[in-house]
Ligand binder design. Structure first.
Ligand SMILES: Cc1ncc(COP(=O)(O)O)c(C=O)c1O
Length: 429
């Protein structure tokens, strides 16, 4: 049956919200794929060893008649996660990231979700009524924009530069939102480290400014640190959450997806009342997270991550350098980010063009894929405009591209990017 046949009386949003453009592009099989953000350097040896360790212990428990213990690995569990796993995560968040979690009881503040994506969805689901206002960077993570749109939020995007979101515009936009919508924003969303899609990293001064603004205006700040562990430099900038000493302002999201594997496991620290509502939602969404994966996580974060992650980081850094070299050598005039971590470079050409038609007409036939930047602007929303100092209808920048380096080997990346640069130069000449 075709998608167009109205076989059922579908909900209104199904007609308004298209499927994710990235998911559609992933269907194309090309040699030089800079489209998705698939992790391409995972600690496979370690993960396999962990699985063997877990399996052997489970078999032994079963043989020894410890049926309860053996069964628990394959059973339902608490909605927010098992204590053994939450303790390991809480301990690491406290030691490494300076998150204020009590040494003994802090694990109770951490919850698991099906990827950080489920945390994003459940937070929006529990906070947003149609017409509520949300602030996001421009451009922003599609996986945040789409559910916000689906739930009927008024999305207001804030200008960014090569260091990410500009706090002075957030302040001004709040004022404009109150005038336009009769209410202040409910949520400010930010990806401080190596943002998706732009690859920017917010300096600490901006993190502090955003925290202060949300404190002053009583706005929930969602800090999505999906790329927190994928950082190339030695000097790491503290998360905004480290400023939230009493766990009352910041919904802090992390994930295993980039730093361990795509286990569909996210972990977050949320203010108490938000945690309660999110867990209520999760309870109806998926009941609980798989115990066996929590075992994998607990062992990985307790014993292995610091040993194996540096090698993965070297690989990603090398790939990012190959991409930047290719861009520098072959791309036409424009601005692009030079990421210090994460998976993406964002390019914006000086000359106007439509990167989507360029992709479909010139790149895919030449075995090259990237994501046209327009995918990362709201389908419908507002943007703070610094020239008119007001809110204008949001418009996608079509002369932009998100180019991912996480999956391919460095030589393939360089080869593909220089081909892309040549095609782009032809297109814009
Ligand atoms: C910024 C950002 N947040 C959240 C996610 C969701 O990740 P996951 O659900 O795998 O934890 C992604 C995935 O690409 C992302 O880039």
């Amino acid at each position: 049956m075709s998608n167009n046949e109205e076989r059922f009386d579908f909900a209104a949003w199904t007609k308004l919200l298209p499927p994710s453009e990235i998911r559609i592009l992933l269907e194309y099989k090309v040699k030089y794929n800079f489209g998705g953000g698939l992790p391409g350097a995972l600690p496979i040896d370690t993960l396999t060893d962990i699985l063997i360790e877990i399996g052997e212990e489970n078999k032994q428990d079963y043989k020894d008649g410890k049926l309860g213990k053996a069964l628990s690995l394959w059973n339902y569990g608490p909605t927010g996660g098992q204590e053994f796993c939450l303790r390991v995560l809480a301990d690491r968040l406290r030691r490494v990231d300076d998150i204020n979690l009590d040494k003994e009881t802090g694990w109770k503040d951490v919850i698991l979700t099906a990827g950080s994506q489920q945390a994003i969805y459940a937070i929006l689901d529990t906070i947003i009524d149609p017409g509520d206002v949300i602030l996001t960077p421009s451009p922003a993570y599609l996986g945040f924009l789409a559910p916000a749109f689906k739930l009927g939020a008024e999305i207001v995007t804030i200008p960014t530069d090569l260091d990410g979101m500009l706090p002075e515009y957030v302040e001004k936009a709040i004022d404009k939102c109150v005038k336009k919508f009769g209410k202040k924003p409910s949520i400010l969303y930010v990806v401080p480290d190596s943002d998706n899609p732009k690859g920017t990293t917010l300096p600490f001064k901006r993190r502090k400014a955003l925290f202060d603004i949300t404190e002053e205006h009583d706005i929930l700040l969602i800090e999505d640190q999906a790329y927190k562990e994928i950082q190339f430099g030695e000097e790491l900038i503290k998360p905004i959450k480290s400023l939230d000493k009493d766990n009352s302002r910041v919904a802090y999201l992390r994930t295993t997806s980039k730093e361990a594997a795509v286990l569909r496991m996210g972990y977050s620290v949320l203010p108490e009342s938000l945690k309660y509502q999110v867990l209520k939602d999760k309870g109806y969404l998926d009941l609980c997270s798989p115990t066996i994966l929590q075992k994998v996580m607990a062992i990985y974060y307790e014993k292995y991550i610091d040993k194996v992650l540096p090698d993965c980081l070297k690989t990603y850094k090398k790939r990012s350098e190959a991409m930047l070299k290719g861009i520098k050598e072959t791309f036409p005039a424009g601005e692009y980010t030079k990421p210090t971590g994460g998976f993406f470079v964002w390019y914006e050409s000086e000359k106007q063009f439509n990167s989507k038609s360029f992709l479909m007409d010139k790149c895919i036939p030449n075995d090259i894929m990237f994501v046209p930047g327009a995918a990362f602007y709201p389908i419908k929303g507002w943007s703070f405009d610094d020239t008119s100092d007001g809110l204008i209808e949001s418009q996608a920048k079509t002369n932009t591209m998100r180019i991912g380096y996480s999956y391919n080997k460095a030589d393939i990346i360089y080869d593909g990017i220089t081909r892309l640069g040549k095609l782009l130069t032809e297109e814009l000449s």
